[in-house]
Write a protein that binds this ligand. Structure first.
Ligand SMILES: *Cc1c(COP(=O)(O)O)cnc(C)c1O
Length: 424
């Protein structure tokens, strides 16, 4: 695509955008009583206007049916989580029996690790991204200790080559090969939260399996951002949150995927609770855990109805828009953003984009490494009504999302960036 650094070009892209009407379906945050330009959907997605109605329905049931709401009415809470299964399965490319919505992301990660990190003898190592999101680091470190291993020996961290910012697939695959018989688990993000790099989940899964290891992904930044095919890629397990690209509210509910090869294996160790127990006899309150088939057998507690109501509203929008359409617009938006950053930065040495330039190798986000006074640049953008985010020590992440961002907003951002760079 040939991009132009003009407002007219940006507006023309917006006119031709098949998803342009979705912007009105979300609330826009305000700065100084004006709609802000919101480029933080990678951190907290905006509120779908329909979410309120879905919550109100459940509040109404609670008020009027109280405890009877678990079993009475059209959508009893007993099975409420199942209303989310089909939409979630489409988002992550899974069979319905392979997904369940429950808990929150890090909790789900622990539950999955209990079942899928099973170190034995010399096979005890885990490969993960160096500098992974801290919650993933802490989860893995403490799981490794729980099994009596030393995290310094068990956890193998992948870092980019000297002078590079992202991992090369060939290096990831080589590391898996090198660990060989010592490798118990590969746990990676689907997309790195810091650089926005998409990992080749299919190739990583294949290599992990060839080494005899289990392969899982944290899709916090991938779910609702890029098309994923967990079932076809034969990924063993995955987890994700719903408040980032999935627009389901602060502290929202989360997802877990267990491939069908494992889902019906009652022998797999797990930490159980009553909601994972065979639903037909759950209320007999008997001794002896019998897991439900599929991913539902990993449920622990009864479902969080209110966050799930919000998630339901959001998943309906995904079905309406279509993941492929969202991805198509996302690639164009980040392509335009990359083009404009290059254009306003030409002849300067203030910024370096650390996100891959190949649109296939990134999601909705572009991360700019700011070489001096990074905080100052960030503050100026925020003062101009552009909400981006800052990651220590010096990265500004800019995420134009296809649901509610426009080409014009990307253009307006570049205008402000242009002015900021002149005096930087
Ligand atoms: C956002 C994010 C988290 C957050 O974990 P919660 O359990 O939802 O608080 C964890 N890991 C990654 C990779 C993330 O991007």
């Amino acid at each position: 695509m040939n991009y132009l650094n003009t407002l007219a070009f940006a507006q023309e892209q917006d006119r031709n955008d098949p998803l342009k009407h979705f912007k009105e379906r979300f609330y826009a945050p305000q700065i100084n009583r004006q709609d802000a330009i919101y480029f933080c959907g990678n951190s907290l997605g905006l509120q779908p206007k329909s979410a309120q109605m879905y919550i109100d329905n459940e509040m109404y049931k609670w008020a009027n049916l109280a405890v009877e709401g678990h079993f009475k009415g059209e959508e009893p809470w007993f099975n409420y989580h199942r209303l989310l299964t089909a939409g979630s399965a489409r988002v992550v490319g899974a069979l319905e029996s392979e997904v369940v919505i429950m808990n929150q992301l890090t909790v789900n990660l622990h539950l999955m690790l209990v079942s899928f990190y099973r170190p034995e003898g010399k096979r005890f190592k885990v490969i993960m991204e160096g500098g992974a999101f801290p919650s993933d680091q802490y989860a893995l470190e403490t799981q490794v200790k729980f099994h009596g291993y030393n995290p310094d020996e068990a956890i193998v961290e992948l870092f980019p080559r000297e002078g590079e910012h992202t991992l090369r697939t060939e290096d990831i695959l080589q590391c898996i090969k090198d660990c060989g018989e010592e490798l118990a688990l590969v746990l990676m993000g689907g997309i790195n939260y810091y650089t926005g790099q998409v990992y080749d989940m299919q190739a990583i899964t294949k290599a992990g399996h060839e080494a005899g290891a289990v392969v899982g992904f944290d899709l916090a930044h991938a779910a609702g951002n890029i098309p994923v095919k967990l079932h076809d890629w034969e990924v063993d397990f995955a987890v994700w949150c719903t408040y980032k690209y999935l627009n389901s509210g602060p502290g929202g509910t989360a997802g877990a995927f267990v491939h069908e090869r494992h889902g019906n294996n009652p022998q797999l160790p797990r930490f159980a609770g009553w909601w994972g127990h065979d639903a037909s006899v759950r209320f007999q309150m008997q001794k002896g855990f019998i897991p439900m088939p599929g991913a539902e057998g990993w449920q622990v507690s009864n479902a969080q109805i209110l966050p799930m109501a919000v998630h339901r509203a959001s998943l309906e929008l995904f079905d309406e828009a279509g993941m492929e359409n969202l991805r198509d617009k996302s690639q164009k938006l980040t392509g335009y953003l990359q083009f404009l950053i290059d254009d306003v930065h030409v002849g300067k040495d203030v910024l370096e984009v650390i996100t891959p330039r190949d649109a296939e190798a990134r999601g909705c986000q572009i991360s700019m490494l700011v070489k001096q006074n990074a905080r100052e640049l960030f503050n100026k953008l925020m003062e101009a009504g552009i909400i981006v985010d800052f990651r220590e020590p010096s990265v500004i992440r800019v995420a134009p999302t296809p649901f509610y961002n426009s080409f014009e907003e990307v253009y307006r951002f570049s205008e402000v960036l242009h002015v900021c760079l002149q005096n930087h």
